[in-house]
Write a protein that binds this ligand. Sequence first.
Ligand code: KG4
Ligand code: ZN
Length: 337
Amino acid sequence: MKILGIESSCDETAAAVVEDGRNVISNVVATQIPFHEKYRGVVPEIAGRKHIEWILPVVQQALDEASLSIHEVDGIAVTNRPGLMGALLVGVTFGKSLAWAANKPFVGINHMHGHLYAAHLEQDIEYPYIGLLVSGGHCIICKAYNFDTIEVMGTTIDDAPGEAFDKVAKFYNFGYPGGPAIDRLAKKGNPKAANFPSPHIHHKGHEYDVSYSGLKTAVINQIDQFWNPDFPKTDENIAAAFQERAISILLKSLLKVVKETGITRVVAGGGVAANSLLREKLAAHTELECIFPSLKYCTDNGAMIAGVGYHYLKAGRVDPLNTGAFSRVDGFRKKPR
Ligand code: KG4
Ligand code: ZN
């Protein structure tokens, strides 16, 4: 089965053709980063307008590179939740129209399920495993029992990790998007230059949650309080000390979940999974089997959406053409079926 996947939930207009959930035949990502750069953040109105302009040529290119006409694909999978409403609607409306015109089955996909699936595009992965989904808008630590049964164990109680990278970078003018800019700067800085605070979340039912607002406030508004005076306050040192804490917050919750479940296979996904310190620190945990997608499948793409779509469509799960877009969802089902 060849599935066309379409992704337009944030600032990438993306389409891909994937065969049998595994063989990526084409994968086109048109990034809007240059259009949002001067605002140092994604402007929803601009994102929606760019998606409208680019969706047709991007989908056309994905089909051309796969040497297929729309009549030769077996189904259309589109991100329909969560994301920016105006951005999601472009992909969803386009995908449904195409499905109607070409008489193809349509399925709406949860963007975070796509991120969790990204690593599956490149290798066979056995269940169960712990999923670490970290992006600009989300943070989900989950237990994946099988393809469709995913239990959320922890999440963020405030900001997503990528959002913290982006906001710190915006404040200190490190570059846009903030994640890759901080990752680059931090390589030349010393993580011991500051000792930023780590959150303590004690509420029952939130044992595995993370929080980034305290770290963000500390780095932006209270930096002197946490700075080690032996080090100069350079961009590189700020980036390194921030990144050190940002990643240790994630690892702390992840390792708690590993301990609680006894599951040592960890599958990462989402833009922050591209972070080199996260990859390095996880690799040092030799008791874990850590699986990361290639960098091109960490950030938003259509291939991960086509991959999830394949499994649904193969199982006969087709969505009606009045399916809507949803800006928010509560992650996955809380408990396994
Ligand atoms: O998954 P993604 O493309 O979009 C969302 O679904 O949010 O993730 C984008 C996020 C941004 O916040 C970006 O700064 C962050 O991923 N990011 C990184 C790195 N590369 C991208 N964060 C830390 N280190 C990186 N190397
Ligand atoms: Zn994403």
